[in-house]
Design a protein around this ligand. Structure first.
Ligand SMILES: C[S@@+](CC[C@H](N)C(=O)[O-])C[C@H]1O[C@@H](n2cnc3c(N)ncnc32)[C@H](O)[C@@H]1O
Length: 274
């Protein structure tokens, strides 16, 4: 079993993945990237050279590599206090200016964050006023998001979060059980477009009233966090809101002074300047 990978080998992997497949992990935080690589080598029974050979030879293998490489852990109503704040302050704040508005979930993983958003908007009676754009780098995770089908075990955690969010009903009302899986009601994705998009190499989009990018930049180094935060600034309407993860920060962003802090604990910011 491989115990360690040195920086030189990590660099060989990221350089090859960039040159051959056009994915740029060169500015991902080294420690978590290394942990993922060690896992890939162990799970697939590879050493550095055989991994490099596979990456060089195969265009199919890259999808599996990306799926394994990215951390996809997510939950519905993750951090319930954050969702209560969205319901009680942020969404009403957005609606002061626009009755119709647009939300971008960047790094949406298997879609639980998007489902939570739409359950909340439905309970607020405003879902039909909202268009949602949900993106991720990982093609297989987007397929899972589109299917809106989850394990019943995960639904237990989701249900607990929903109770702490103080939703209007029970989470069970939003899905049916089929073949031992929870299938979310189709209508919950009626206003959502899922699309593959790379936050590192992709362009900013125009223009959203709320951008959520939670628990994604934690895997980036400071320089990359800065670049991606600037893209979010460019993708927001003036007075639009940006929500990042509880362990993430605006501190490295050259544009930090173009935002004000709306809630420091829940990491919600408002763009005040172009
Ligand atoms: C831990 S999940 C976060 C899911 C959700 N936002 C949440 O907070 O529960 C991180 C997601 O970021 C995605 N990701 C990583 N690098 C990315 C990139 N360069 N562009 C777009 N998405 C990326 C991963 O594929 C993964 O699905």
């Amino acid at each position: 079993m491989i115990q360690d990978i040195d920086i030189k080998d990590l660099k060989r992997i990221t350089d090859l993945v960039y040159a051959k497949h056009g994915y740029d992990f060169r500015n991902y935080a080294m420690s978590s990237f290394k942990r993922r690589m060690l896992r890939i080598l162990e799970v697939w029974g590879l050493n550095i050279e055989s991994l490099l050979n596979k990456l060089a030879d195969s265009t199919i293998f890259i999808d599996d590599f990306l799926d394994e490489m990215t951390v996809n852990v997510t939950e519905m109503f993750r951090d319930p206090g954050f969702w209560r704040l969205l319901r009680e302050e942020i969404i009403p704040g957005v609606m002061l200016n626009n009755k119709q508005f647009k939300i971008w979930h960047a790094g949406c993983s298997s879609g639980e964050e998007v489902i939570s958003m739409n359950i909340m908007l439905h309970e607020m009676g405003v879902k039909e006023n909202v268009k949602i754009f949900a993106t991720d780098l990982d093609k297989s995770i987007l397929d899972r998001a589109r299917s809106a089908t989850y394990s019943l075990k995960n639904m237990e955690t989701n249900e607990k979060n929903y109770v702490r969010f103080q939703g209007k009903t029970a989470l069970k009302d939003y899905y049916t059980e089929e073949n031992g899986r929870a299938v979310m009601k189709k209508d919950l994705l009626s206003n959502v477009v899922f699309q593959k998009h790379d936050l590192v190499l992709g362009e900013a989009f125009a223009k959203f009233d709320l951008v959520l990018c939670r628990n994604v930049m934690i895997y980036f180094n400071q320089a990359l966090q800065n670049e991606v935060l600037k893209k979010f600034h460019g993708s927001l309407n003036k007075y639009g809101y940006l929500a990042i993860g509880a362990k993430e920060s605006m501190i490295w962003c050259d544009y930090a002074n173009r935002f004000i802090v709306v809630n420091q604990e829940e990491r919600i910011f408002k763009k005040i300047r172009d």
